[in-house]
Design a protein around this ligand. Structure first.
Ligand SMILES: C[S@@+](CC[C@H](N)C(=O)[O-])C[C@H]1O[C@@H](n2cnc3c(N)ncnc32)[C@H](O)[C@@H]1O
Length: 183
């Protein structure tokens, strides 16, 4: 919690909320067949790592997770994740293919994003979603948890319609979207 508040005070638009995701939300995001089946998961915006821990709990022993977090304030918390499947990049979620290759990962089967797309300039949000689409393996899944629905306008032209669920037991209540990359 302290990591989140400190990061939020410095960059409120990027961090968006002072409460880490609730266990109900992290469970909803991670407890999916696509996460259990994945060889590679890419996480954008892990924050202090609550979502990361939930994903690793569901993932196979031989899978790998790369997390990309923009705020260096979260480095210390994320570096405490002592799991050999986990790798961290402190940086911006742009040019995802380049970052994935630099870490020696293959294309992700799933990309999970907590980046608050509604707080970004539309051109930046669109560029990140394009990079997500480009980086995903064929038939891969894109999962995004969001306060607002702005992401739909960027994702629809590339992915088509989403499946969306509202998680009320979170501060604030959030929508969890899932798209599949058409082969
Ligand atoms: C709403 S918080 C989610 C944090 C955590 N996953 C959770 O659920 O509690 C959004 C996170 O996205 C990060 N973020 C925002 N823009 C980003 C970007 N362009 N690249 C990487 N991370 C970004 C923020 O620093 C923050 O940690």
């Amino acid at each position: 919690m302290a990591y989140v508040i400190r990061a939020w005070l410095k960059h409120p638009k990027d961090v968006c909320t002072i409460c880490p995701s609730s266990p109900y939300l992290t469970e909803n995001i991670a407890n999916r067949d696509c996460i259990r089946d994945a060889s590679v998961v890419l996480e954008l915006g892990p924050g202090a790592g609550g979502t990361t821990a939930a994903l690793l709990k569901q993932m196979r022993p031989d899978s790998r997770l790369l997390a990309i977090e923009k705020m260096p304030a979260f480095r210390e918390a994320l570096e405490k994740i002592a799991d050999p499947r986990f790798s961290l990049e402190i940086g911006d979620a742009v040019n995802l293919l380049e970052t994935i290759e630099a870490h020696g990962f293959s294309r992700p089967d799933v990309i999970v994003s907590g980046i608050p797309f509604s707080a970004l300039p539309a051109a930046v949000a669109a560029a990140i979603v394009r990079s997500v689409h480009e980086a995903l393996a064929p038939a891969g899944a894109f999962i995004a948890y969001q306060i607002r629905s702005d992401i739909e306008q960027h994702a629809f032209p590339l992915f088509g319609p989403s499946k969306c669920e509202v998680i009320a037991l979170n501060i604030p209540p959030l929508k969890v979207y899932q798209w599949t990359k058409l082969v």
